[in-house]
Design a protein around this ligand. Structure first.
Ligand SMILES: Nc1ncnc2c1ncn2[C@@H]1O[C@H](COP(=O)(O)OP(=O)(O)OP(=O)(O)O)[C@@H](O)[C@H]1O
Length: 173
């Protein structure tokens, strides 16, 4: 794993049944050791595949546990030592963001990044350190430019965007 402060890791989920039925030809391959994924043009047998290199690459065979241990764990460990850290999942709809971040409880190896990070910070191994953590949490949904507080009393209520920062206001002279 590189020592860059921003790392980009790709996780390619397995095809679902519908996708397999629509296109039995596999166009994506992942080379975890090279941190690369290659994409072939469907039907373009002779064309060389397009290769993309990341700081890490995981295929459908890799568990969230492995991804967490390689990629997230060092960042969360840094947070417990006072450094800032952000884990940000992005991708098109259905690409596996919730699966990676929230995960599923069974099998255990597919528990998501969020419960693993909470266990990391609050679990028994952190109790041995003589340190107190102040943790603030919010859970916002931004969807179609509407913002909702998913931990609020009314999760359907749309929130207004308030920068709350005078330096963000536009001044015209
Ligand atoms: N690594 C994976 N292994 C097996 N199944 C996966 C994996 N990643 C995603 N899936 C499955 O793919 C489907 C879509 O995943 P998910 O709901 O996490 O996508 P999403 O990016 O959060 O979508 P949306 O943006 O629409 O909320 C789900 O059925 C999920 O279980």
């Amino acid at each position: 794993m590189s020592s860059e402060s921003v790392r980009v890791v790709v996780r390619c989920r397995p095809l679902n049944d519908r996708e397999k039925a629509e296109s039995p030809e596999a166009v994506l391959s992942v080379e975890p050791q090279l941190c690369q994924c290659s994409i072939r043009r469907p039907g373009g047998q002779g064309d060389p595949p397009k290769q993309f290199t990341f700081d890490g690459a995981y295929s459908g065979e890799h568990s969230t546990e492995r991804l967490y241990n390689d990629t997230v764990c060092p960042l969360v460990e840094g947070v417990t030592e006072g450094y800032n850290g952000t884990i940000f999942a992005y991708g098109q709809t259905g690409s596996g963001k919730s699966f990676t971040m929230q995960g599923v409880s069974e099998p255990e190896a597919q528990r998501g990044v969020i419960p693993r990070a909470f266990e990391h910070v609050f679990g028994p191994s952190s109790q041995t350190k003589n340190t107190k953590f102040l943790v603030r949490a919010c859970f916002l949904e931004i969807y179609n430019e509407d913002i909702r507080d998913l931990l609020g009393n009314d999760t359907k209520q749309r929130l207004e965007l308030d920068t709350g920062n005078p330096s963000c206001e536009q001044h015209t002279e």
